[in-house]
Structures are given as C-alpha cells and as structure tokens.
Design a binder for this molecule. Sequence first.
Ligand SMILES: Cc1ncc(COP(=O)(O)O)c(C=O)c1O
Length: 223
Amino acid sequence: MLGAVNPPVFENSLFTFETAEELGAAVKDEDERYVYWRGTNPTVDLAQRKLAALERGERAKCFGSGMGAISATISSLVSAGDHVLVLGAVYGPTTQFLRYLEKFGVSHTHVDDLAAGDSAIRPSTRILYFESPSYMAYQIVDITEVTAWARERGLLTVMDNTWSTPLFQKPLTMGGGPRRALAVEVRRRAQRPRGRRRRGAVAAGQAAGVAGVPAVRGRDVAA
Ligand SMILES: Cc1ncc(COP(=O)(O)O)c(C=O)c1O
C-alpha cells in the first residue's frame, strides 16, 4: 500500500468507481478491485494474506468468531446427503452446529479412533473433522497419521487449531501427499488459557480479540 511501513487501516465500507462498467466488472470479479468490505477491504486482505502465510496455506479468510469460521467452513464443504466423521473430543458448539446441519440432510458420526473411523466411514463421508489439542480436554491427535488416513480414503481434513495456534503447529504442512485431499485448518484467534483474560499477542492465543480464520491448501478447496 504505497510502500507504507505500517499499512493504513481502511475504515470505509464502500469504494468508488469512475464508471458503471468498472463497477460492473468488479462486482462480477472480472478484476480484483475492492467493492464492499463485507467481501474484503485492503486492511482485511492484508491480514488474510499474512495469516495464510503464517499457516503455510494458500488462502485464509477472516471471520468475526471461531464458530463463524467453523460453520462457514463446514457448510461450504458439504451438501445434502453428505456425512461428516468427527474424531475425538471437539468443542461443544461445533457438535451443536453439526446437529443443526441434520435438518439440511448432513449427518455426522463421532468416533474415538481411526479403527472406529474405518467402521463408521460411508461412501457419502466427505470430511474428517478434529481438534488437537482438543477443547479443555487437551486430547492430542497424531495430525500426520490422521491426515494421511483421511487422504487415503479421499476425505477432506478439517482441523480446529484453536488451542495450539499456527505459531506452534501448522497442520496444513502435515500429512504430505497430493494436495487435492488436504486440508482446511480452522482457527480461532484468541483463546483464554485457564479462563483468564490477559492482554497480549493475539497470535499467541491471548484474549485481545475474537476472530476465526480458516486457512486452506488445495485449489478445489480454496475456490
Ligand atoms: C476449540 C475451539 N473451537 C472453537 C471455539 C469457538 O470460538 P468462538 O467463541 O470465537 O466462536 C472455541 C472457543 O473457545 C474453542 O475452544
């Protein structure tokens, strides 16, 4: 942004265009100009690019909360008739959201390990969803093993990285193999360790704010 060392914060919601044709092209995504900040604006865009780099992902999208990110991510990856496999303990509202999806024809099964996953998997299973460490129980999942297991079965891996943050683990880089079947990482940026509110670096998991940032690798997912 004009070479500014500290990028300016854009607070406008709308952008102007010289002609209706230019606006039309931007609205149709025919060129990459900013239109309205619910989509993105230069400040959010910069944050998204920096967060994608931190995650080692191709793209990232900022949301106003973790559940905003999680619900948007899961909904964007499933259709009526699809099935979601949930491994290990996950955040309660995530399970509530998956239950809510049942009324749209999306089912889910919770399993405790991959052996149970092999019994529960269906032809309609689209996603393997898990957390590591998990919410409050701090269950640790072998991300490399689980991602490889999912990839071998043609599933997308979606992982909630709230409790570690990408400073300490980068799930999008774990599991290897072809990128097609990899990985959406959902992360809530702003944890409150042991319930205490503390000011500090947001990326290190402090309570300076709340946001959710899905980061992705794999072109079919990023689209
Ligand atoms: C593991 C995990 N995922 C998601 C969330 C939801 O984040 P938010 O409260 O920003 O919706 C939380 C909140 O504590 C969490 O611990």
